[in-house]
Write a protein that binds this ligand. Sequence first.
Ligand SMILES: [Zn+2]
Length: 181
Amino acid sequence: MHHNMHNCAQMYAHILQKTMNMKELLIQTKVKVCSEQELPQQLQELVRQAKDKTQDAYCPYSHYHVGAAALLEDGQVWTGANQENAAYPSGLCAERTTLFAANANNPHTPVTALAIACYTDGHFTHDPASPCGACRQVMLETEHRFGKPMTVVLYGERECYVFERASDLLPVCFTNENLEG
Ligand SMILES: [Zn+2]
């Protein structure tokens, strides 16, 4: 056992040595940081709807209420909240209930902005809401299918993050272009 571990550590050191000589790429993303009041009026209104929607979350397991609001190009707003399930993986995040509802009912109308807010322990989170990887992937697809940037606002009581496009939330992403090889 000891002998195997030693070999393993040696091999790993060798790999590390190799990667240290490789070219490094620093991937950066741009995000605007501001208070809720500093947001443009339209986004403030969208954040208000996302915050309101947290109260409609069904989250008896996590008690983590998430609300989202999607603004469509024609001015419609679709909202959603997380929907949990006793069989955990059967539930769905607020971001996806919102985007799927918006897209299923308006398959030809681009989504121009998405606001997300989280409420737990009797208050909205101080830090900006942070979407899971799967939701980021769905946001990216929404942006790609309509070919229009989708602004993403992550609400926090202390500060909000504003991403100009969904792809800024998912660097080195997988899109339909990857499927084409
Ligand atoms: Zn998610």
